[in-house]
Design a protein around this ligand. Structure first.
Ligand code: SF4
Ligand code: SF4
Length: 135
């Protein structure tokens, strides 16, 4: 079993279609909804954790793309600019999942995209704007 965190962008024409539930059923997956929104330009946005056999997850992603859903790995959309990060630690106290954490020996702050739920809370609190979300 594996978990892949993905960002799904649904065009307006698919907003009322059960694409996600069909993919889950067809490829025998489980899923966690980490975030769901309608963006300003009326596109549907969903951040999902897909759980199952790796090849079935790949199959579901390919099938959703065929239906017209734009699917990207979460780590492509939530990014830390390591050059900008000053290891100040401000993000650690607000991150709800401990995706951002400080090493007790080196005092360096690490970002683990696999724990991230793309909530965006860390973006405005980061003084040098090292964290960004592109969706
Ligand atoms: S977006 Fe930022 S605050 Fe939210 S889970 Fe990811 S790293 Fe943590
Ligand atoms: S708030 Fe920004 S600069 Fe400070 S540790 Fe977090 S990512 Fe680095």
């Amino acid at each position: 079993m594996a978990e892949s965190r993905v960002v799904l962008h649904f065009p307006k024409s698919l907003l009322d279609q059960p694409v996600t539930s069909m993919a889950i059923e067809r490829f025998n997956l489980r899923f966690n909804i980490l975030r769901a929104d309608i963006t300003a330009d009326q596109e549907g946005l969903m951040v999902l954790g897909l759980v199952g056999e790796p090849e079935k997850i790949e199959g579901a992603i390919a099938w959703m793309r065929e239906q017209g859903v734009r699917v990207q790995p979460l780590e492509q959309d939530v990014v830390r600019d390591d050059e900008r990060c000053t290891d100040c630690g401000a993000c650690i106290v607000v991150c709800p999942t401990a995706a951002l954490a400080m090493d007790t020996d080196s005092r360096e702050v690490s970002f683990n995209a696999e724990e991230c739920v793309a909530c965006g809370i860390c973006v405005p609190v980061c003084p040098p704007r090292a964290m960004s979300i592109t969706f």
